[in-house]
Write a protein that binds this ligand. Structure first.
Ligand SMILES: *[C@@H]1O[C@H](CO)[C@@H](O)[C@H](O)[C@H]1NC(C)=O
Ligand SMILES: *[C@@H]1O[C@H](CO)[C@@H](O)[C@H](O)[C@H]1NC(C)=O
Ligand SMILES: *[C@@H]1O[C@H](CO)[C@@H](O)[C@H](O)[C@H]1NC(C)=O
Ligand SMILES: *[C@@H]1O[C@H](CO)[C@@H](O)[C@H](O)[C@H]1NC(C)=O
Ligand SMILES: *[C@@H]1O[C@H](CO)[C@@H](O)[C@H](O)[C@H]1NC(C)=O
Ligand SMILES: *[C@@H]1O[C@H](CO)[C@@H](O)[C@H](O)[C@H]1NC(C)=O
Length: 360
């Protein structure tokens, strides 16, 4: 703080610092707007600017991208989507420095926990790091389809994905598969890591054959179904209680990735009648998304506000809403129209840049 030359802020929840800012000073020569204690920089407010020095790596040279996200390989014809840089209104983000990341977090274990959006986020970090040390010893290990870990052996840095759709448990019982809103058994694995990045949202409204449970349990009561937003809140509260009871903040830093938006409804971005992202090649100009934030973001903020241990919200919702151009659409190896996930390289690199800025 003392140097105060270049400052980055992030919203910190808990410890009664509700919506207040934490400014991290860093030496450098950056012309900066005058600021008061109240007006420090929120990294998540800004706009997308075209920058010819992007992308940060060539996705065709990253051997670890799954076919779901490998847009260039599967023929995406327009490449401008790779060239945008997130520019906060009040400060500059540090450029992602993979060498610095590996040295700084030497010996650390990083884990992403969540659904396929976490997988997307994780793949981007693996490629960002791979791109700076492509010749080094990188090992890959998969366990039970639940976790996959890439270890950068020369640095002892490991980056793991833990597949969990709801964070809370689904147990197979006599009556069928039960989504248990009050139970979070995998926490015993998670708490041994140094940096945790959680996410859950995509699956809470899934119904029919896409719904991976038959009943939903709260306390001792079993329901056939319930209001999905309130189920999401209850599940997240269970996670929040676990953060407070089981996380040692001296050892483990906890992040929660905000809601990742999809683009199937053009009315949201003032193109009524558009029902997917196929023809989108440029981001939305400016800092606001016409239809505003999805309601789930309120639940996330309310629940995180109630956590005592520090949890950093990677508040990526608005900046991702502006990127209607950043989805695979039909340019993936799985067919269909995907306006939910994101191309790698692409938007998730910015999520990792924000994670890096928050960590350093
Ligand atoms: C700081 O940056 C400004 C503009 O980028 C430049 O004019 C100035 O010479 C720099 N000062 C130092 C001490 O490097
Ligand atoms: C890479 O690291 C692993 C684990 O330390 C080791 O078993 C393996 O021999 C190394 N491979 C190379 C090519 O150095
Ligand atoms: C992985 O599989 C083994 C053997 O089936 C099982 O004992 C273990 O609990 C599983 N681990 C996880 C995290 O699911
Ligand atoms: C599309 O978005 C608009 C504006 O947010 C909303 O009013 C409408 O209900 C949405 N349509 C669908 C099919 O979700
Ligand atoms: C985006 O907004 C800026 C500033 O308002 C303007 O100069 C630019 O022309 C706009 N670009 C597009 C594509 O609308
Ligand atoms: C906040 O946490 C307390 C203690 O765990 C709990 O009793 C309360 O219901 C929570 N409130 C909200 C809004 O989550």
């Amino acid at each position: 703080m003392g140097m105060g030359i270049e400052s980055f802020c992030l919203v910190v929840f808990g410890m009664s610092l509700i919506f207040s800012c934490l400014c991290l000073g860093k030496a450098g020569n950056v012309s900066m707007k005058a600021r008061t204690e109240q007006s420090c920089c929120n990294m998540f407010e800004g706009s997308w600017v075209y920058d010819d020095s992007y992308p940060l790596y060539d996705s065709l040279a990253c051997p670890h991208i799954r076919k779901e996200f490998d847009c260039l390989k599967y023929g995406r014809p327009d490449h401008h989507y790779l060239k945008y840089r997130w520019q906060p209104n009040e400060c500059d983000l540090p450029r992602f420095d993979g060498q610095d990341f590996l040295r700084r977090f030497m010996g650390k274990k990083i884990m992403f926990i969540g659904d396929s959006v976490s997988l997307n986020h994780w793949q981007s970090l693996v490629c960002l790091l791979h791109s700076v040390v492509p010749q080094s010893n990188i090992t890959r290990e998969t366990n039970n389809d639940t976790t996959t870990t890439f270890t950068f052996q020369d640095y002892g840095v490991s980056v793991t994905i833990f597949h969990s759709l709801y964070l809370v448990d689904i147990d197979l019982e006599e009556i069928g598969r039960v989504l248990k809103l009050n139970s979070l058994k995998n926490g015993d694995v998670w708490k041994n890591y140094d940096i945790l990045i959680f996410n859950t949202w995509l699956w809470w409204y899934r119904k029919g054959i896409k719904q991976p449970w038959d009943y939903i349990q709260e306390g001792d009561t079993i329901y056939k179904d319930m209001d999905r937003m309130s189920a999401f809140r209850k599940g997240l509260e269970t996670w929040a209680k676990w953060v407070d009871s089981d996380i040692n903040p001296e050892k483990t830093e906890v992040f929660f990735q905000g809601i990742s938006p999809s683009h199937y409804n053009g009315t949201e971005w003032d193109e009524p009648g558009v029902t997917n992202c196929l023809k989108e090649t440029v981001p939305i100009n400016g800092s606001t998304y016409p239809s505003g934030l999805p309601p789930a973001t309120t639940v996330v903020k309310e629940v995180l506000n109630n956590v005592s241990n520090p949890v950093y919200l990677l508040d990526i919702t608005t900046l991702s809403q502006l990127r209607k151009d950043a989805h695979p659409a039909i340019y993936s190896g799985i067919g269909g129209m995907d306006c939910t996930h994101w191309c790698v390289a692409g938007l998730p690199d910015t999520w990792n840049q924000l994670l890096y800025a928050a960590l350093i």
